[in-house]
Design a protein around this ligand. Structure first.
Ligand code: PRP
Length: 175
């Protein structure tokens, strides 16, 4: 089976959209410090790219979550594997996700962070798949809304591969 990747969103388009969102964040948090809360692993690329465009003081922290299930089927139960390193009380937190699908991960994390009383809490997703939503979640900054296709690149993987692509692509298979 050969895998071919068709470009869905190219690098230039992603860059432009990130610049727009960063400008909005810089304006909204002028004079304040923010923490970019990266959800590993997929969001690491987008967190770094966004951080470079932020002009207010910025810190980065990392969390690992997992959805247990059998094989590729998610159980829908989200579990904390690694919590943030720093105390998030009274901080301006922006959670960075590569993609929101069912919404379970972001919803779990939102509730988890809220318990620590941050000063503010905003959610960023590079990609949003609204058709797949099971749990309602209010995303403050959305890069792109996309159809229900399996996408890779810019942090997103297929069997841990393709995270390093500089664009968002769709896998096409020749069997
Ligand atoms: C992906 C993605 C989100 C989550 C979204 O993570 O990065 O965290 O799934 O799905 P949901 O909206 O249905 O909860 P994944 O578990 O594939 O881990 P990864 O980031 O390490 O690839």
């Amino acid at each position: 089976m050969n895998e071919k990747i068709k470009v869905m969103i190219d690098e230039e388009t992603i860059k432009k959209r990130l610049e727009e969102i960063a400008t909005q964040i810089n304006r909204e948090f002028a004079g304040q410090e923010i923490v970019l809360a990266c959800v590993l692993k997929g969001s690491v690329f987008i967190t770094c790219e966004l951080a470079k465009l932020i002009t207010v003081p910025v810190k980065m922290d990392f969390v690992t979550l997992s959805s247990y299930g059998s094989g590729t089927i998610s159980s829908g139960v989200v579990r904390m594997v690694k919590d943030f390193d720093e105390d998030i009380k009274d901080k301006n937190i922006i959670v960075i996700e590569d993609i929101v699908d069912s919404g379970r991960t972001l919803s779990y994390l939102f509730n988890h962070i809220k318990k620590s009383n941050p000063r503010s809490l905003k959610l960023f997703a590079l990609l949003d798949k609204p058709e797949r939503r099971v749990v309602n979640v209010n995303i403050d900054y959305i890069g792109f809304s996309i159809p229900d296709k399996f996408v890779v690149g810019y942090g997103l993987d297929y069997d841990q591969k393709y995270r390093n692509l500089s664009y968002i692509g769709v896998i096409e298979t020749d069997q």
